[in-house]
Design a protein around this ligand. Sequence first.
Ligand code: FAD
Length: 302
Amino acid sequence: MIVIGAGPGGMTAALYASRANLSVLMLDRGIYGGQMNNTAEVENYPGFKSILGPDLAKEMYESSTQFDAEYAYGNVEKITVAADNAKIVKTDSDEYAAKALIIATGSQYKKLGVPGEDEYGGRGVSYCAVCDGAFFRDREVIVVGGGDSAIEEGSYLTQLVKKVDVVHRRDELRAQKILQDRAFANPKIDFTWDTIVTEIEGDGQKVTGVKTHNKKTGQDTEVSISGVFIYVGVEPMTEPFQKLGITDEEGWIKTNEKMETAVSGIFAIGDVRKKELRQITTAVGDGSIAGQGVFSYIESLK
Ligand code: FAD
């Protein structure tokens, strides 16, 4: 069987399936760990009071490969189902056939879609505080968004930067209460409410500021700033699976409680799935169900 994506969901599925004696290949187009590599501190994964995301990724990788599950590089581009029901996985460099598949490709950050965002990507515009925060040491940055990721990562940035201004289009946050309380008590965090970023400006080399618009007062403002961290929601990584007929109108994969999709022998788990709560714990839970489910599916083929 093949697991596409080696984040917490995929690694847990690999652990369960390989422990049930299946031959398991995990394919990922990046390093194992998925979004955990972009997370500073995880405080809500049982067993660890607090652990750095990349450290948790390493722990999970070691347990997921202890029963001989393999991990290999592969950017999956297309899936087809052969006449004999084999699942054919095409990557940018290889082609594999498996009896069953688990899709665990997660989600990615949405863009703001404003002028300057693409031009200054990696030159002041970032979607990952853990990756890029250190470039803004002792400077002022803005964080766009009001959910868990925006507030969590904004708080993390205050350890590095001089000041964080959270620019949010509403007049209240969506983030969990504990994250809000910490952010409101943090003297390095300011809030700009009811406001959207309309343009990211630069000098041709790097970001120098943003233009904002207050939706309540109608006021347009230009703010000098070195960095813009964008956390305005996520979208599923389901491009290679669109033709399988397993996604909803927004691209999330629909499953039942057993993590089965509409195609027999193809399962989906974690953030890529249409679900309520996208977290490490829920990805891991999905992974265990699918890992076990694949075993039952392959047994049923005998
Ligand atoms: P992911 O972790 O997204 O892994 C998906 C993997 O699939 C990636 O490695 C990717 O490279 C790979 N992939 C995608 N497409 C392809 C393809 N076509 N071919 C091959 N490989 C592919 N959760 C918590 O529980 N606690 C937290 O404190 C927390 N903080 C967070 C902070 C940030 C900044 C972010 C971004 C997320 C945070 N989360 C947190 C959420 C958590 O990280 C995710 O819910 C979890 O990682 C989802 O796991 P997953 O296995 O479904 O997918």
